[in-house]
Design a binder for this molecule. Sequence first.
Ligand code: SF4
Length: 227
Amino acid sequence: MQITEIYKSIQGESTHAGLACVFVRLTGCNLRCSWCDSEYTFIGGQRRTMEEVIEVVENLSPGGGLVEITGGEPMLQEREVVPLMQHLLDAGYTVLLETSGERPLARVPRRVFKIVDVKCPNSGEPDTFHMENLDCLNLEDEVKFVLSDRGDYEFARDFVARHNLDGRVKAVLFSPAFTKEASAARDSSGCLLDPRELAEWMLADGVPARLGLQIHKFIWDPAMKGV
Ligand code: SF4
């Protein structure tokens, strides 16, 4: 499979935020979100066998722990990434899959915790969510909306209600998009949507979602790679 990087850091998002995690970042994405912070994954990378990937993961986190399969869009390499996830599960790892939601997820192993995006209008990639994926979600999974304005918020709020999302998954995440500016500060001034404003909207509407901040952007320089 084509790999951009494998490294250990702190999980910055999801209900696993704050935990040590090995990130396996696959190369390539078929979407072009306006606020994407992973454009360096679109091309390049190195060809690695499943055995080579597992060896790196075991060196970084011997005997188990948290591993996130991410990208780019990892499910573009489904033929190789599904066996990789199964091997990691069998070896005792807790496996997260971070995906755009555009690819079918039916063949993801049941014990993988899926973190599935639904792209909002202002992402530049609206209507890309694969609706059949709603039937693949289970009570350990999470659905994430990255928001950059009020229109995105209303889309996400209404999508959650229309599809009873909070009853289908462990968590629904509303997360402000972060600027791509290399000079952004390690604080909420880098958010395209003010978290305080988002919090007030969520409280006013009683949205059954969790406000999520990308904590790695507050720990390290927001433009830093491999963290
Ligand atoms: S799906 Fe993810 S990697 Fe692909 S463009 Fe959007 S944010 Fe970037």
